[in-house]
Design a protein around this ligand. Structure first.
Ligand code: C2O
Ligand code: CU
Length: 498
């Protein structure tokens, strides 16, 4: 934290300023709700005349997933796990009808993770829309302004720990395209239909704290700062397939591949590597970074990494996503020639090599936020209740999305301001913190322009600042994307006020 922001923080948190978040505001301020005119006005500015409209239908319904012969009863979009990959170009309009065919009484919504969209289409029940009851449908329509790798999922209870998720790729019409082929890899920790239900898992956590892994070991990870998770999953999937029935990606020797990696897992970070190859990170959460070549990337829940690599020769290479600290992996095969396929447990030395750290990454020149002193600075303490399974932000746990305003202390912002949020993790576990509707910039070491992101891992005892340009009015969720932490209270709002 710079001296300026430290001082600013001390002022803002000083007891003399009750309601300090309203500092500089002399009149009453009302929340800018999803239905307010300004939200529609902003969408009007975003939408270019003649922008193409892309129509999709997404039906959420029960589905039986075949996991190498083991049948899992789950829920999915359009009868596949992941659901269908949606592809549009930046500036186009997505018009997607959600049809809820889930069993009664499951209401649902779709949240378009990472997209800077109009607030009323953000898909948060009780905050931006009413949940869609079973047998009903809802039409989402919004401009997708920025290119990048995004995804979508429900924002209702623990539904996203079933098969309800899919990638959303927004192509750049001006893409320099320095690659020959692109592949999307969606990773998931899986228990739906083959283990306890997500709801029972949460009850379990609430009753007994944490589950133990095989041999009574806690899941541990150095790069995650210690505890790697509380939930034991029987399987890890790559594009909906288990290691026993891996997806195969075909390529030619010498081809340059753009790999878009999405972690849709609820409680697992994945360490991704391609045997015999190094990876050049080009994008985080959709936005470009200065290229960084590493051996592997560690992808927290809901994060996306785009990496480039050149297929080193003819053969079959393991594409692995190790469940960080938990044992087990999601697995696929990259085939560029004849030869035996690698075993799903094949050793991959790159997994032990150099990992891309948040502090190694810099936003690409074209997407850095203009240097600017923050108008506001807020400290967000990430914590846990003394007892029981409850996760908190500034000591508050939210038990009902619709009561988030009263149950948490929202961070307040006004249109056009720059706000700095400082996450201070005083708990013993890492938290992948996600802000809706914005792509913030991580404040790098010494104030450097860190990567643009919408989800970021904050490790235990770590303090990291992000800068947010308040350019998208509305009420925006700010929460931990460990689904169990979120469900156990760890959420608040970034609330625009008039
Ligand atoms: Cu994937 Cu509230 O987010
Ligand atoms: Cu968390």
């Amino acid at each position: 934290m710079s001296d300026i922001s430290r001082r600013r923080f001390l002022v803002l948190s000083g007891g003399a300023f009750a309601g300090a978040a309203f500092l500089g505001c002399t009149r009453a301020s009302a929340p800018i709700g999803p239905d307010s005119a300004v939200v529609a006005t902003f969408e009007g500015r975003r939408r270019k005349p003649g922008a193409a409209v892309r129509d999709f239908t997404l039906t959420a319904a029960p589905f039986t997933l075949d996991l190498a012969g083991q049948l899992a009863q789950t829920w999915a979009y359009n009868g596949s796990v992941p659901g269908p990959e949606l592809r549009v170009k930046a500036g186009e309009v997505i018009r997607a009808r959600l049809v809820n065919n889930l069993p009664d009484p499951q209401s649902t919504v779709i949240h378009w993770h990472g997209i800077a969209l109009r607030n009323d289409m953000d898909g948060v029940p009780g905050v931006t829309q009413a949940a869609v009851p079973p047998g009903n449908s809802f039409l989402y329509e919004y401009t997708a302004p920025d290119a990048g790798s995004f995804w979508f999922h429900p924002h209702s209870g623990l539904q996203a720990d079933r098969g309800l998720y899919a990638p959303l790729i927004v192509e750049d019409p001006a893409e320099p395209g320095r690659y020959d082929q692109e592949l999307t890899v969606v990773l998931d920790d899986w228990m739906s239909g083959i283990g306890p239900s997500p709801e029972d898992t949460l009850k379990n956590l609430q009753a007994g704290g944490m589950q133990m892994g095989p041999g009574g070991q806690m899941a541990r990870s150095d790069p995650l700062g210690g505890d790697a998770g509380d939930v034991v999953y029987p399987l890890f999937l790559m594009n909906g397939r288990p290691p026993k029935d891996p997806p195969t990606f075909t390529a030619k020797p010498g081809e340059r591949i753009r790999l878009r990696i999405v972690n849709s897992g609820a409680e697992t970070s994945f360490r991704v590597a391609v045997g015999g190859h190094r990876l050049t990170v080009t994008h985080t959460d959709g936005f470009p970074v200065e290229p960084l070549t590493v051996d592997n990337v560690l992808v927290g829940m809901s994060e996306r990494y785009d990496v480039l690599f050149t297929v080193s020769g003819a053969g079959a290479f393991p594409l692995v996503a190790a469940a960080e600290g938990k044992g087990g992996r999601a697995f696929g095969i990259l085939r560029s020639g004849a030869g035996d396929a690698p075993a799903s447990d094949a050793p991959v030395t790159e997994l032990a090599g150099k990992v891309a750290e948040l502090t190694d990454l810099r936003a690409a020149a074209g997407v850095t936020l203009a240097p600017r002193r923050p108008d506001r600075t807020e400290l967000l303490n990430l914590g846990a209740a003394e007892e029981g399974y409850q996760w908190t932000i500034n000591g508050n746990a939210v038990t009902d999305d619709a009561k988030i305003e009263e149950q948490s202390k929202p961070s307040i912002v006004r249109m056009g301001e720059r706000i700095r949020l400082i996450f201070d993790n005083g708990s013993t576990m890492y938290h992948p913190m996600h802000l809706h509707g914005h792509t913030f910039q991580v404040v790098g070491p010494g104030g450097a322009a860190g990567p643009r992101k919408d989800s970021m891992v904050v490790r235990p005892q770590e303090r990291i600042a992000i800068d947010v340009e308040a350019d998208n009015p509305g009420q925006w969720m700010l929460h931990c994307h460990n689904l169990y932490h979120q469900e156990a209270g760890m959420m608040t709002l970034l609330s625009y006020r008039s």
